[in-house]
Design a protein around this ligand. Structure first.
Ligand code: GLA
Length: 385
């Protein structure tokens, strides 16, 4: 609540006008990594860490933005990428560009925003900024875009103004999140099903490696290409498929020695990971958190050995939990090469988990990790006072 008041006060101080207030959350992903851009399944949820916005029109034909946490002001008259030192403004400009592309006339807009989503931790702080701003613009401009349209526009903003060819998971979760539920999102039909994820007996702990290796965005785009190559290869062999979603394990295995070895591994991982999401949902319905946890560990193994997007720090954090009998599952989360692991742990063991992870990780790497305990929250919305 505090942050909202501060953001609003800053807006009034800078722009002398009553703003509209909006919030949009970051996300976690329980399982289903890198499957979204392969038309597969993911299981994300919105969390109680969020970005908050105060926005309003101005009569100046200028876009005036203030990043509360960085204490940086940026203004421009043009909707085009901002200079490097104001790269944060690109998330807002990227969204404005999408509204413009839809034929919306936009004059000037003022926006103050802040966030308590850790940056670079793989919790999609950028998606929260894009989605919150899109929700706000949709309201003040009265454009009436559907929630899903806003999700797509936010995703496009990331592609075109941040240069990451992300899938749809992060923006979808930030908009469609539901308190105490995970979202089983089908990234082919772009429809979802909520599964209750009451945390009476369990806690979700995020352990932040506090590293972000340079490879992250180049490797991300590279993985996409490798998956597309796999699909193209199978199409050329006459198989009627559109995406890895359509490929069975038997089919991919029958080409094991004909495919490029890296492409084979990527495809094999995606096919297995899609299955894991399905199985994880069955486990959830049965309240079988042991099974759910095993699937998380399997997911990590695949990400490490087949998809090759993990790193030593993430592996270390996952390995540490293997000796903790109160941890059900642990795996790297998000794009990879740094950021957080997500851990499902027994309630009441939070302190023990935090102490041990902190001590051991610090000992091995010299870095003191951050450990967060998160709750599952609602997706982005307008705050009516
Ligand atoms: C990033 C992307 C998502 C998704 C994950 C990996 O978070 O933004 O679309 O691909 O990586 O699952």
């Amino acid at each position: 609540m505090h942050m909202i008041k501060e953001i609003k006060a800053k807006h009034i101080e800078l722009f002398r006008d009553q703003p509209l207030l909006i919030r949009a959350p970051g996300r976690i992903n329980l399982i289903g990594e890198h499957t979204d851009y392969n038309e597969g399944f993911v299981l994300p949820a919105a969390i109680d860490k969020e970005a908050v916005f105060a926005i309003q029109f101005n009569k100046l034909s200028t876009f005036r933005f203030y990043a509360f946490d960085l204490e940086q002001y940026f203004e421009t008259e043009q909707i085009k990428p901002a200079p490097k030192e104001f790269h944060w403004a690109n998330y807002l400009l990227g969204v404005l560009a999408q509204f413009e592309k839809q034929g919306t006339q936009i004059k000037g807009v003022d926006c103050v925003f802040g966030s308590n989503i850790p940056i670079g931790a793989g919790l999609s702080s950028s998606a929260a900024i894009e989605c919150g701003f899109a929700i706000g613009l949709n309201e003040i401009l009265q454009t009436g875009f559907s929630d899903f349209k806003l999700v797509q526009m936010a995703q496009k903003a990331e592609h075109e103004y941040a240069g990451v060819l992300c899938g749809i998971m992060d923006q979808y979760a930030s908009v469609f999140g539901k308190k105490n539920h995970v979202i089983k999102l089908d990234c082919r039909s772009n429809t979802h099903q909520y599964f209750p994820f009451g945390m009476k007996n369990y806690v979700i702990a995020l352990a932040d490696t506090k590293v972000k290796h340079d490879l992250a965005s180049s490797a991300y785009n590279q993985r996409r290409i490798e998956c597309e190559n796999g699909v193209q290869f199978l199409k050329n062999k006459g198989h009627k498929i559109n995406a890895l979603r359509d490929v069975s394990q038997e089919l991919i295995e029958s080409y094991k020695y004909k495919l490029d070895p890296a492409v084979y591994k990527r495809c094999h991982y995606i096919i297995k990971e899609n299955k894991r999401v399905q199985n994880a949902c069955i486990a959830l319905e049965k309240n079988d958190f042991n099974k759910f946890g095993i699937l998380m560990y399997d997911s990590h193994n695949g990400l490490k050995n087949e998809y090759e997007v993990s790193c030593n720090e993430l592996d270390l954090l996952v390995d540490l939990t293997k000796n903790m009998d109160y941890v059900y599952g642990s795996r790297m989360m998000g794009g990879g090469f740094g950021g957080c692991t997500i851990n499902l742990i027994r309630k009441g063991e939070e302190l023990r988990f935090k102490d041990l992870v902190t001590k051991e990780y610090l000992y091995e790497t010299g870095i003191s990790p951050n450990v967060y305990f998160v709750k599952i929250s609602d997706g982005g919305n307008i705050l009516r006072k």
